[in-house]
Design a binder for this molecule. Structure first.
Ligand code: KIV
Length: 291
């Protein structure tokens, strides 16, 4: 995903690395106050973008703090070229699946492209669909033009997570998936945007694809946590798309993706083995058959 213009990793340090013990104190967050507390206590926040009951359960059991049902679902599961193709119905349906398998988890739902740029009424319809499907909060991209919507959604009782830096819903205007905030002027704009989101009442924000120094500057200038994706290590947490870190996404990954397993090879081998065994009448065995 997001591989077009970003620099690619040349090596994959995580494949074959020894399994580490999960820190069981890092459990699923319950409310926005857990985000504030994590920042105050200097604890890094883990977020995974997952879309279905199986992977959501695995992520929560592994100790992830919060789940994002991102609009990346359009690319990861539906095969679209960009997140622009995600719809309210598509995301809400995946939020429902995740909620049913993880009743207590903190679930952030992305508002898809277009759903919050056609006035408050349309935006609130999308927010209501996400909340009714089981979202604990919504995430939307950008700041300029969204100020009223952010305030209104928060006043209506739904927490808002911001998303700045590389905002994939604006990929056509940005001219591709590129690192953002390269000039001092662009960096200053991003710092202002981040502060504005905090002032509007956002409980957290995603910061995508900026240099590590800018990530650090933005994180240290806010009291709400900054969850980075390609924003370096000195932010308050990290988010990845699960299919990227599992090595299930086609094509080469951007530099910030760490592939923890080569999922594509593992799954392909299992499927090939199934096909071979069916072809050679090795499956099912007697013990896999009923009397
Ligand atoms: O859609 C998504 O999964 C996201 C993350 C990559 C932050 O927005």
């Amino acid at each position: 995903m997001f591989s077009q213009s970003l620099k690619h990793a040349s090596s994959n340090p995580s494949l074959n690395s020894p399994t580490r013990q999960v820190d069981l104190s890092q459990r699923s967050f319950r409310s926005v106050s857990d985000f504030r507390k994590a920042k105050r206590d200097g604890k890094k926040i883990s977020m995974l973008s997952v879309y279905d009951a199986v992977f959501a359960r695995l992520a929560v059991d592994a100790g992830v703090n919060t789940i994002l049902v991102g609009d990346s679902v359009a690319m990861a599961l539906y095969g679209f070229e960009s997140t622009i193709h995600a719809t309210v119905e598509m995301i809400a349906s995946h939020v429902g699946a995740v909620r049913r398998s993880c009743p207590g988890a903190f679930i952030v739902a992305d508002l898809p492209f277009g759903s919050y740029r056609r006035g408050l009424k349309t935006a609130m319809k999308a927010v209501e669909a996400m909340a009714r499907a089981g979202a604990s909060a919504i995430k939307l991209e950008g700041v300029a033009g969204n100020e009223k919507i952010v305030s209104h959604v928060i006043e209506s009782g739904i927490p808002v997570m911001g998303h700045i830096g590389l905002t994939p819903q604006s990929v056509l205007a940005l001219g591709g998936y590129k690192v953002q905030g390269g000039t001092e002027e662009e960096a200053a704009r991003l710092i202002e945007d981040a502060k504005e989101l905090e002032d509007l009442g956002a409980f957290s924000l995603v910061l995508e694809c900026v240099g590590r120094n800018l990530g650090s500057r933005i994180s240290s200038s806010l009291s709400i946590p900054v969850i980075g994706i390609g924003a370096g290590a000195e932010v308050d947490g990290q988010v990845l798309v699960a299919s990227d870190l599992l090595g299930l996404s086609p094509g080469r990954s951007p530099r910030f993706v760490r592939r923890y397993i080569d999922g594509s090879s593992l799954v392909s081998k299992a499927f090939e083995e199934f096909c071979r065994q069916v072809g050679e009448a090795q499956y099912p065995s007697e013990s896999e058959s009923y009397d």
